[in-house]
Design a protein. Structure first.
Length: 148
């Protein structure tokens, strides 16, 4: 049973501050690729537009309709995504997934701020929402690479 104290820890001030300040909110006018991901359990959605140049993200926008946890993850991603390759985003996503589901360590820099989501480990019903922005970014990058 989840206690009220557990929920307070889950929705900490740091998570709410990240959720309130998501970089690159909106949509790009002419993206190289777009991907939309939805978490079936909660209905959260994230749509990501990217501009890819030489295999790296040169432009990024995200439309985030998710819980505070998904918004916080999208915020950390948005703050660090410009200039990254698909391999780097996939690595961060894998580390975040491992941190949440199998007790893995906090993701490497520049994604160490995802540590704020450690209390979500016990809330498996929130994991899909937390991963949405990363999943959509990886999918958009794969689509852009295939089109190139």
């Amino acid at each position: 049973m989840v206690s009220d104290n557990d929920l307070v820890k889950l929705y900490s001030g740091r998570i709410l501050a990240l959720a309130a300040d998501i970089p690159y909110l909106g949509r790009l006018e002419r993206p190289t690729a777009t991907a939309r991901k939805r978490a079936p359990l909660c209905g959260s959605t994230v749509t990501v537009d990217i501009l890819l140049s030489d295999g790296r993200i040169a432009g990024f926008a995200q439309d985030v309709k998710a819980c505070a946890l998904g918004q916080a993850a999208a915020s950390v991603l948005g703050a660090n995504v410009i200039g990254l390759t698909r391999v780097e985003v996939e690595k961060a996503r894998g580390q975040l997934r491992a941190m949440l589901s199998s007790g893995g360590p906090v993701p490497d820099a520049p994604f160490a701020e995802l540590e704020v989501l450690l209390p979500a480990r016990d809330f498996t019903n929130r994991h899909a929402s937390i991963l949405l922005a990363f999943d959509a970014t990886v999918d958009a990058m794969a689509e852009a690479e295939q089109a190139a």
